[in-house]
Design a protein around this ligand. Structure first.
Ligand SMILES: NC(=O)C1=CN([C@@H]2O[C@H](COP(=O)(O)OP(=O)(O)OC[C@H]3O[C@@H](n4cnc5c(N)ncnc54)[C@H](O)[C@@H]3O)[C@@H](O)[C@H]2O)C=CC1
Ligand SMILES: CC(=O)C(C)=O
Length: 259
């Protein structure tokens, strides 16, 4: 598919799935706004986009800060000449029994994983409406947005919230020709899973690597998911071939959770 002439914004684009999405959309022809809290690495990722011959703007901003996020995104989109695709990818994980989690911990993950997605939907939809674009909003959900997993309860609840927001926003924005969908990866070999495995070991006493191995063994296709697997699917959701899909949170997990 060609995304030539399109402008896409990707949050959490400094590394992992977000960086793979930014590079894949650039390969398909889009110019990219890359946003992350990690200044140096997001600038490096933007250079990699430019090396593919596309325009790139690196933004250092926190998606949980509504004003900072929306202001920087609006300025960057004006600079590039608009916005067509918004990928609300940034998120954090948390591994803890529900009985032990503190108020601060719950608030932190909800500010990033839930409020950050709300601010991203608002920012993109307002830009699309102002510029008369039938844009696409694409959110990061998870298998954990379809099923609760032990020690990932609060994280799972944030991803269930993303699924609800995706459905509601799709219904509210359909009148403007804006579609809203989510991708739901399974076990992707990024820094997030290194951290999950480490925390699971600390809590359960399992050997380092054992939790990751156990989850990967449950995947029907028999291999861990790569960030590029996810990026290819996001490219599909960004392009014309997905124009008639909205409000969906689609599993891309190699066969792990079945809905
Ligand atoms: N790794 C996995 O197995 C899975 C990941 N996901 C979701 O995919 C998304 C990306 O995950 P990964 O690439 O694996 O994570 P990662 O931890 O490797 O990368 C996340 C990126 O988001 C950025 N970020 C975090 N908080 C931010 C904030 N407040 N403002 C701006 N940027 C922020 C980080 O700096 C980092 O660059 C997340 O929403 C995650 O929940 C979903 C299912 C599986
Ligand atoms: C990080 C994540 O979403 C899972 C379920 O592994």
């Amino acid at each position: 598919m060609s995304l030539s002439g399109k402008i896409a914004a990707v949050t959490g684009a400094a590394q992992g799935i977000g960086k793979a999405i930014a590079l894949r959309l650039a390969r398909e022809g889009a110019d990219i706004i890359l946003l992350d809290v990690k200044q140096e690495t997001v600038q490096q990722a933007a250079k990699e986009v430019e090396a593919l011959g596309r325009r790139a703007i690196a933004l250092t901003a926190d998606i949980s800060n509504r004003d900072e996020f929306q202001k920087t995104l609006k300025e960057a989109s004006s600079q590039l000449g608009g916005l067509d695709i918004m990928v609300n990818n940034a998120g954090i994980c948390q591994v803890k029994p529900i009985l032990d989690v503190t108020q601060e911990e719950v608030e932190k993950i909800y500010r990033i994983n839930v409020q950050g997605v709300i601010w991203g939907i608002q920012a993109a939809a307002n830009i699309f409406k102002e510029t008369g674009k039938k844009g696409k909003i694409i959110n990061a959900c998870s298998i954990a947005g379809h099923e609760g997993f032990p020690l990932l309860g609060i994280y799972s609840s944030t991803k269930f919230a993303v699924r609800a927001l995706t459905q509601s926003a799709a219904k509210e924005l359909a009148a403007f020709g804006i579609t809203v969908n989510s991708y739901c990866p399974g076990i992707v070999g990024t820094d997030m899973w290194v951290e999950i495995d480490k925390r699971m070991s600390e809590i359960t006493g399992a050997e380092l690597g054992a939790t990751y191995k156990k989850y990967v063994e449950g995947i029907a296709l028999g291999r861990v998911e790569t960030a590029d697997d996810v990026a290819g699917f996001v490219a599909f959701l960004s392009g014309k071939d997905s124009d008639y899909i909205t409000g969906q949170s689609i599993l891309i997990d190699g066969g792990l959770v079945y809905r």
